[in-house]
Design a protein around this ligand. Structure first.
Ligand SMILES: *[C@@H]1O[C@H](CO)[C@@H](O)[C@H](O)[C@H]1NC(C)=O
Length: 400
């Protein structure tokens, strides 16, 4: 009897130890799974639609608890429609590693009203590494330029309602509309991204962030037709550093006061940016209408302007094309905005324009070591309802 019990105990103990070792081995050695989309039926010939193959790989990765890499090898993979990579997943570590190109259909009608081409929704712990995302948007741009009844267009790559996201070394090419959108996300790291679209392509913002917190955008190169980076309401704790912008419309907070009830923009750092031939440099814009929104605690630091039309702008009477302008005073409160070490050349005489709201004047504007010239001469400043201070050499210097 004693003998039997001891044997049982030894057996149970060994079993427990084996289980323990299995899980230890598994976690410390990082057993991972790789799903090559070709083995799910994807075809690198650029013509057969690989959408379902990619979706099947996603479904498999999403339902697994093992860290999984979805691998897109070299080649052109047509993704012929909108794809939603939907959470929630059991998996908290999915990497999409792309050595090749994902290409959208050039028939813009297919995804033009879908909002996005590649959408990750409600996911946690997803990284996209490398790859070219070719939205083939040129035919939609042509439509928009020539007639009025065109689809809005799709964003190449969108993350919504997601946490702990990485985009590293991704190239976005010729998106129909915005290239990359980060919407209702927390903790997003964007690094080494390259955005390319024609300087006259409509609405092709490079990276748009809204309703999101703790987003960093580093070491990226953005050549496009609209804003380089646009920052919508509800963005907090955003860090943007080492970006080259141009062509395009520059880095923009806003447009704000789209709605009366609107979340503010807070704690934004924009540093070490080179603007080359852009329409604007650093801009804050709001429509001229009542709103409870705000923009505060924002620093623009170490910017170089090369032939930029409007290097520094606050425009609280924003109304592109001067069509259907609300024509009221903006309710958006703009405060604690620092411009530090901003230098270079303006393509127009007015290099610094602070056009604030008469009912909500800008407060706490700080101009520190700002040096902007126009045709080798001093540029000018135009300021309304803006209060602040200057430090060091500031040129133009007739604002406060
Ligand atoms: C903005 O930064 C300040 C100072 O670091 C911090 O106290 C505040 O909580 C931040 N705001 C948000 C919305 O995170």
């Amino acid at each position: 009897m004693e003998q039997v019990r001891q044997t049982n105990l030894t057996f149970v103990l060994m079993y427990v130890i084996a289980l323990f070792m299995f899980f230890t081995f598994k976690s410390t050695n990082g057993i991972e799974e790789t799903l090559n989309i070709v083995s799910f039926g994807a075809n690198p010939n650029g013509e057969s639609d690989s959408k379902n193959a990619i979706l099947t790989a996603w479904t498999s990765a999403c339902s697994s608890t093992t860290p999984t890499t979805i691998y897109v090898p070299i080649g052109r993979f047509l993704v012929g429609g909108s794809v939603v990579f939907k959470g929630r997943c059991n998996n908290k570590g999915i990497t999409v590693r792309i050595d090749g190109t994902l290409v959208a259909t050039s028939n813009y009608g297919v995804i033009g009203n879908e909002g996005s081409w590649l959408l990750f929704d409600d996911v946690d712990g997803v990284s996209i590494i490398g790859g070219i995302l070719d939205g083939q948007g040129t035919s939609l741009w042509d439509c928009k330029r020539s007639s009025k009844s065109c689809p809005t267009g799709a964003t190449n790559l969108r993350f919504s309602n997601s946490n702990n996201i990485v985009m590293n070394g991704v190239t976005s090419l010729n998106s129909q509309m915005f290239h990359i959108v980060i919407d209702r996300c927390n903790n997003v790291k964007v690094q080494g991204v390259k955005v390319t679209a024609a300087g006259n392509s409509p609405n092709t913002d490079g990276i748009h962030v809204q309703l999101s917190s703790s987003v960093t955008i580093l070491n990226s190169n953005i050549e496009t037709g609209d804003d380089c980076i646009s920052i919508g309401s509800g963005t907090t704790n955003l860090w943007i550093e080492s970006i080259a912008c141009g062509p395009g419309h520059g880095i923009s907070i806003g447009s704000l006061a789209k709605e009366f009830q609107e979340l503010g923009v807070e704690n934004v750092t924009v540093k070490t940016i080179k603007f080359i031939g852009t329409e604007n440099g650093v801009r804050i814009k709001s429509w001229g209408r009542p709103s409870n929104g705000f923009a505060r605690n924002i620093i623009f630091q170490h910017a170089t302007m090369v032939n930029v039309q409007n290097p520094i702008v606050i425009d609280q009477n924003y109304c592109p094309n001067q069509k259907d302008c609300p024509g009221q005073a903006s309710g958006v409160k703009i405060s604690n905005i620092i411009y530090q070490d901003i230098h270079g050349t303006s393509a127009t005489k007015v290099a610094l324009k602070l056009n604030c709201s008469p009912t909500n004047p800008c407060t706490g504007i700080s101009l520190e070591d700002v040096m902007l010239t126009y045709e080798n001469k001093n540029a000018e400043a135009l300021c309304n309802h803006a209060g602040g201070v200057t430090y060091g050499v500031v040129q133009p210097n007739n604002c406060f």
